[in-house]
Design a protein around this ligand. Structure first.
Ligand code: BDR
Ligand code: CA
Length: 308
């Protein structure tokens, strides 16, 4: 599979899970502007892969702004670097000399098996891939994205950050006809990096475990300041966990549309859980999470990646 991301504290955990779990083959990582500007999210992806002993995984930078409108980064949550907290001044690998969309195209067409795309940032790169290279779609097994919500949002009252950042891209993905899984806030808000979880990261006794503890400590402070949360929700690795073990995330099939024109609701994901609209279901929607199994999976991957 390929991870398209905008690291980001929780994207970092998603990358560690993708690199550290023995069942997955991480073909490449592509970056997008979102939590921070593209240069920063790309640098952060390279750092996390280096820490996970996965510096050989190709990384390509993609879109620096949404398809429509301007970029608004989430500096209040992820800090000036996009990964504030630990000291991450380390040597990193180079970035591919092709655009993220081109790297995705090459990896997908070169793969003997269909490829799963996991997106943990705004869907700009993925939408551009589907629009500019429709010929790859038979080779795309599924798109699993963290974004949206069956209820309220976190960036506007009904809009979640990844979708609000690029609603048109999300709309293209959800109307693509490809099998799609939406991992929204209604589920990710159950995966909290509690004090015990942070202690468990530290208890791994590796540099990577310590870095995860420091990342989550910073994330906890901003989530507390901005949202009043006691513990921060780690959204993005749930999308990876769902691919590793679908039993961890309960899903239902339903129609979902992205609000593109609402006066107050642009970027909201309108999910018809009760099939009242007569619209055709177009996504599997996450509605439940096995929280214990999720953390066991993530901890095992961070342990494994830290011992590289
Ligand atoms: C999403 O927005 C970002 O801040 C996180 O990395 C996650 O992908 C949560 O709304
Ligand atoms: Ca993200």
């Amino acid at each position: 599979m390929i991870v398209d991301c905008d690291p980001g504290h929780d994207d970092a955990l998603a990358l560690l899970l993708a690199a550290g779990d023995y069942r997955l083959r991480l073909l490449g990582v592509t970056t997008v502007a979102g939590n921070q500007t593209l240069d920063k999210t790309t640098k952060n992806a390279l750092k996390i892969l280096a820490l996970a002993g996965a510096a050989g995984v190709p990384v390509a930078a993609g879109c620096a702004r949404p398809l429509v409108g301007d970029l608004t980064v989430a500096e209040d949550i992820h800090g000036a670097s996009g990964l504030d907290g630990p000291d991450l001044d380390l040597p990193v690998g180079g970035v591919a000399d092709v655009h993220a969309v081109e790297l995705m195209r090459r990896l997908i067409t070169g793969s003997p098996e269909p490829v799963t795309l996991i997106a943990t940032g705004p869907l700009t790169n993925v939408a551009l891939l589907l629009r500019s290279h429709p010929e790859v779609t038979p080779q795309v097994r599924r798109i699993v994205f963290m974004g949206g919500s069956t209820g309220r949002g976190n960036t506007t009252p009904y809009g979640e950050f990844n979708i609000v950042t690029d609603p048109e891209a999300a709309d293209i993905v959800l109307r693509s006809g490809l099998p799609t899984t939406m991992i929204g806030l209604n589920v990710t808000h159950q995966a909290l990096a509690t004090t015990e979880i942070i202690a468990e990261f530290r208890g791994l006794g590796t540099r990577l475990g310590e870095i995860c503890a420091e990342l989550m400590t910073f994330f906890a402070s901003t989530y507390h300041r901005v949202f009043g949360f006691e513990h921060p929700p780690v959204h993005d690795p749930i999308a990876v966990a769902q691919v590793i073990d679908p039993a961890i995330v309960r899903t239902v099939t339903a129609p979902v549309a992205v609000e593109l024109t609402g006066t107050y609701t642009r970027g909201a994901t309108v999910v018809d859980l009760h099939h009242r609209t007569g619209r055709t279901p177009n996504a599997d929607i996450a509605v439940g999470l096995d929280v214990g199994a999720f953390w066991r999976l993530l901890m095992a991957a961070v342990r494994q990646a830290g011992e590289q």
